[in-house]
Write a protein that binds this ligand. Sequence first.
Ligand code: FEO
Length: 503
Amino acid sequence: MAAEIGRRSFIKAAAAGAAGAAMAGILSGSALGEEAPEDAPSFDGKKKFAGVGCVRNVTNDIYYVGASEKRTELFENVYPIPRGVAYNSYLLVDDKTVLFDTVDRSVTGQFFENVLSVLGDRPLDYLVVNHMEPDHSSAITEVLVRYPEAKVVLTAPAAAILNQFFSCDISGRAIIVTEGDTLNTGLHTLTFVLAPMVHWPEVMMTYDDYSGALFSADAFGSFGALNGNLFADEVPFETEWLPDARRYYTNIVGKYGKYVQDVLAKAATVDIRLLCPTHGPVWRNNLGWILDKYDKWSSYTPEEQAVMIVYGSVYGGTESAANMVAAALSRAGVANVSVYDVSKTHVSELIGEAFRCSHIVLASITYNNGIFTPMKNFLLDLEAHNLKNRTFALIENGSWSPVAARLMAEILDRLEGTRYAADPVTFLSSPDNVTAIDLVGLADAVGASLGGTVLQETEAEQASSSVKWRCTVCGYEYEGEELPADYVCPICGVGPDKFEKVE
Ligand code: FEO
């Protein structure tokens, strides 16, 4: 352990799953806004802080030095970001100066202008690397060149990944930290909190007990450029940002809900007054609201009692069937219904909506004696993101040999907690009068199951299967009475001999 690193044990091993109940009481701290504690340090550099470039004050001595851009079409070369994206970095100016993460290579120019405008002639003492993914680490090499005094604070797995991505020699400058290690910078004491698989295995978060800020890496982030704003209460978050925040979480981190639950349990044990993610706005008000969203998403609890209808149609027959179900639901008084053409809607939007909705109706043509390709891709993506606890209803179309419903069910049955509200409806080419009656019956069954009874059954079923096996390498937990002999850890790839039974 480096000389400047201490250790504290305030992070209690709160039980995963207790997060929702505990957080409501914990997270009621008042907003810091840009009000400064009276005894906080100030700094008179050559250049002034506020109003320079894109710098914003998070507190009086923590500065936002990140940057947004709108040029990139696809985040991670996968996800459309028509509203742009922000790469957040924060700079603490205390007796020591600390930079929390860097930025994507697309915005390094703005980033270094921001850092310089805050630091002036002061040296940078520490660079804390909470997350090594290149959208946050691409400027590390240049930071170390520009600020030769800076030491790099990171986890051991982060150090390994750093060497994989960049020609960056941090020997002699690295401070390897682990759970509960602390770093005092003057008024502030930083505590490092491991957060593996949120979203990569090396991730940690940093908690500052002076400001109550949690530098949370990707957690609590969102797609969307900041447009000069900084705080979530400065933007219409619920109406304009929430879909992109949900789409960001569910697609990027959604597979690893258990690990997010673990972090939420830790978060419930400390007084968090600011959530400072690496994308999207900073949270200083109403933290319980966004934490409740994360609790639902990461526990695979439907965010809303709502129906999502997704259809794959070539000549319009299946589209008609989907719209007939939507109309029947509406006539029955079900208001929260959305309809998507699987060919026209990016799968990342469908994944986000699947995490929001309790009920999912899938209508697919039969194509090459299988599921319509975009629909199959969507279902496989649902499986890849570990969606659980949803109620489905299936509709299949096929002009001579419909098989899509059976094949869709084969995929859905692999999801934990899958339920069906009704038997599948089958028709040939286009709906006729008999089909119309069947579709109304399907809609009635879906409408009748809205209300939570299905989820209650699922929770009871989950409670009855409590045997777990934990991977000794990465911590992944497998649920089941026995571990299959050919089992391979989905996170780190080791075999059953590396698992131990959780007592
Ligand atoms: Fe924003 Fe996992 O990087």
